[in-house]
Design a protein around this ligand. Sequence first.
Ligand code: ZN
Length: 69
Amino acid sequence: MSVCSFCEIEEKEFWGSSFCKTCSSIKNIAKVYSFEKSLEILRKVCLRNETQLENNIKRELENKRSSII
Ligand SMILES: [Zn+2]
């Protein structure tokens, strides 16, 4: 079998399909919520800008500091 057309890593779910099982699930979820809304959610949840990354690092350091004290 050949690799998934979306992730280009996993094998296709079955002969004649274009996607692996995981990407088929992602596609089906995106069909339900719309691709635009799904992309918006992914960007908001998964992508972080520099300020957000710095805040995450500060928060993590504070958590470690408070657990030591
Ligand atoms: Zn895939």
